[in-house]
Design a protein around this ligand. Structure first.
Ligand code: FES
Length: 199
């Protein structure tokens, strides 16, 4: 009789590390949900998710699933952090004042929208109609983006753009910044997504 245990390799889709500019791997990973064990199904339904970010290098992104949503974790470079304040005048809600109780926990109501400046944690779902934006980490002129692009995300569905703090640019279909989920640091290299009481 076949071993019902889930192949550990399949679980690895929960922690997909992508290089700068790469597209996240959630879309290809979703079919594996059917093979979850009961405890994994409970996790997908809402339990907090623990993530090791120790191997995440500057400029890289990883994706984990929490409550059926893709959560992006990006380790920003010092240069990317330095660019964030320069975006403010072009953003719809630079201080994250809109719907703060739903979109931005108190500890992320700052310029970088995160507990630590270098680590961004956001739900990778566009606030317009729910598409998953694409990584556009490389700065500079490129198709569908302004010439002064400093790096961020482009939603391919209707062209909304977000900076590397998940803040939406003005005059785009998306009304709000990307959601910051509740999260806490268990250590320098371990994050808990979905729970922030342990901070
Ligand atoms: S769903 Fe992202 S711009 Fe419409």
């Amino acid at each position: 009789m076949a071993d019902p245990a889930v192949d550990p390799a399949r679980r690895n889709w929960l922690m997909i590390t992508c290089g700068a500019g790469a597209v996240g791997g959630v879309a290809t990973a979703v079919p594996f949900v059917a093979s979850f064990t009961p405890s994994e199904r409970a996790k997908a339904a809402g339990a907090p998710v623990e993530v090791d970010i120790g191997g995440l290098k500057p400029g890289e992104k990883m994706v984990v699933e929490w409550r059926g949503k893709p959560v992006w974790i990006v380790r920003r470079t010092p240069e990317q952090i330095a660019e964030l304040p320069k975006n403010d005048a072009q953003l719809a809600d630079p201080q994250s004042k809109r719907n703060p109780s739903e979109l931005t926990p108190e500890y992320a109501r700052n310029e970088h929208r995160s507990r630590k400046p270098e680590i961004l944690v956001v739900v990778g779902i566009c606030t317009h109609l729910g598409c998953s934006p694409t990584d556009k980490f490389v700065a500079g002129p490129q198709p569908s983006l302004p010439d002064n692009w400093a790096g961020g995300f482009l939603c391919p569905c209707h062209g909304s753009t977000f900076d590397l703090a998940g803040r939406v640019f003005k005059n785009k279909p998306a009304p709000d910044n990307l959601e910051v989920p509740p999260y806490a640091y268990l250590s320098d290299s371990r994050l808990l997504i979905g729970e922030d009481k342990k901070a």
